[in-house]
Design a protein around this ligand. Sequence first.
Ligand SMILES: Nc1ncnc2c1ncn2[C@@H]1O[C@H](COP(=O)(O)OP(=O)(O)OP(=O)(O)O)[C@@H](O)[C@H]1O
Ligand SMILES: [Mg+2]
Length: 357
Amino acid sequence: MSFELKNNKPIEIFCGTGGVGKTTLATSRALFLASIGKKVLLITIDPARRLKQILHLEESSAGETATVPLSIFGEGYGEKTLDALLMNPAKTLKRLGEQSKTEKEFENRIIKILSRPHGGMNEILATVEVQYQLNQKIYDTIILDTPPGKHFLDFLDASHKIKQFFDSSFVDIFKFLGKNFENKPSKAKKIMGLIVSSGIKKLLSYLEKVTGPDFVNTFVDAIVALYKNKDQFLYALDFQEGLTKKSTSNWYLVTSAEQNKINEAKDLQHHAKIFLHEDSYLAINKCLSPYLNQWKTDNSRTLTHVKKTMLERENRLKQMAHQSFAKTLDFPEVLGPTPEEHVQELSKAWSQWESPQ
Ligand SMILES: Nc1ncnc2c1ncn2[C@@H]1O[C@H](COP(=O)(O)OP(=O)(O)OP(=O)(O)O)[C@@H](O)[C@H]1O
Ligand SMILES: [Mg+2]
């Protein structure tokens, strides 16, 4: 093996396009690290929630860490456990509100809509959540299972969005209002109402007609509440910094040995290039070569031809992947039918890259 995988990073992140096995491999990595005694938190920021099924979690536990015994994956794990968290944007926001005593203000209609699972603040709040978990310093490793492709890029972009939101010109208005508004929010709201630009006013008055007379107030309330939590949002920017550092993170771009999937992975690699440092790995999932190599074709010319062609194709695809990704990890197609079997079988594969620490 030409490289070793460091298992002492605070963050490990799994990304890739749809259905390639991100959730399964992230879970197998969590199982592997937990089985060698690491304290692991597995977070899914994917609203699709497949992790819930694999780990037998209740939807009602969303937003809170749940402790999962490794024994659900089979025997031999003793009493060991791992922690898992189904990201719930509304719960993260609630905690932010409690910390900054703005709970009441977060009861706002617009904020509620924004913090639904597909409401637009999912990625930003996921960033806030991961940063919060890192600060708790409870875990050796936090493993992130991300939503497919584009949504994952939104997640990466979240910090940028946070910065933009608080840097944009109408935040200057808040700065102008300064302390005044912290003591007298109702006064700030009035001034805010007066000084929003005429363009925004026009838009608001139009929306007011559509959504009801109290829309402008609700909108301004939402902005004020978010602004009061500005520091916590900006703090989450540290997390994005961490992702770009080799000392803080391992990146796994998941793909399978198929031409179009490898091309999609290259595309993602391109979009995520500012993050992908030296410890970034292409995980080629569902490889058939371990089986093909063992396949005895009993001198049948047809079967020998099938075997040879399939092996050649897989090797060609792996070489193609190698040209774009210096470090690749192969994972076999697991033959058993259940997701638990997939996770358990794949977790064994990780030990081959284990480095003596
Ligand atoms: N190596 C493997 N061998 C066999 N089946 C696998 C393997 N890896 C994943 N699977 C199966 O493939 C399916 C898709 O996997 P998974 O849900 O992990 O993909 P995903 O990339 O997270 O999907 P999504 O983009 O929808 O989040 C699941 O049924 C899973 O059990
Ligand atoms: Mg998934």
